[in-house]
Design a protein. Structure first.
Length: 165
């Protein structure tokens, strides 16, 4: 169940996604919160330089593997503006991170990008639990998803690109 703390962290993810957009990257932002409620890592998409793996969720998984115990990772929550892609979901599962809360779903993003006539994604659009069965995943949330949709509209109108990374 989503609560005020979840909304606060999802709002921060949308701020980070806006920062990504303003730096020429597709609008995705994510935050890692430990079991005490402390923000341990935050980031946004950095794929504009040509490395399509520079997703914030992937960076969170790598950071968590290097800086947190397995128990701390399992008790942590990853908040993100958009549901993990298969690459990021797999990284999440491999390092044993816990709950995922996302503002907008991969299915929504796929629909929005089709409406914008963007090129198809180079990887399949799959729900998190198809990649990592059993990880607690919550989302999307309609009010927040609309803000994410607006960021994607801006990105694709400003960049005229099919890059979904």
């Amino acid at each position: 169940m989503i609560n005020e703390t979840d909304i606060k962290h999802l709002d921060r993810c949308i701020e980070l996604a806006t920062m990504a957009l303003e730096s020429g990257n597709p609008p995705f932002g994510s935050v890692l919160v430990d079991q005490t409620g402390a923000v341990r890592y935050e980031g946004h998409n950095e794929t504009a330089g040509g490395d399509g793996t520079r997703h914030p969720e992937f960076a969170i998984a790598r950071w968590a593997a290097a800086h947190m115990t397995p128990e701390e990772r399992a008790a942590a929550t990853v908040y993100t503006s958009g549901e993990h892609c298969p690459m990021c979901a797999a990284a999440h599962g491999w390092v044993g991170l816990g709950r995922i809360v996302y503002a907008s779903s991969s299915e929504q993003l796929s629909t929005w990008l089709d409406e914008m006539h963007a090129e198809p994604s180079p990887v399949a659009t799959l729900p998190i639990n198809q990649v990592v069965p059993g990880v607690p995943a919550e989302g999307p949330f309609p009010v927040l998803a609309e803000a994410v949709r607006d960021l994607h509209r801006r990105f694709h109108s400003e960049h005229k690109t099919g890059n979904r990374a």
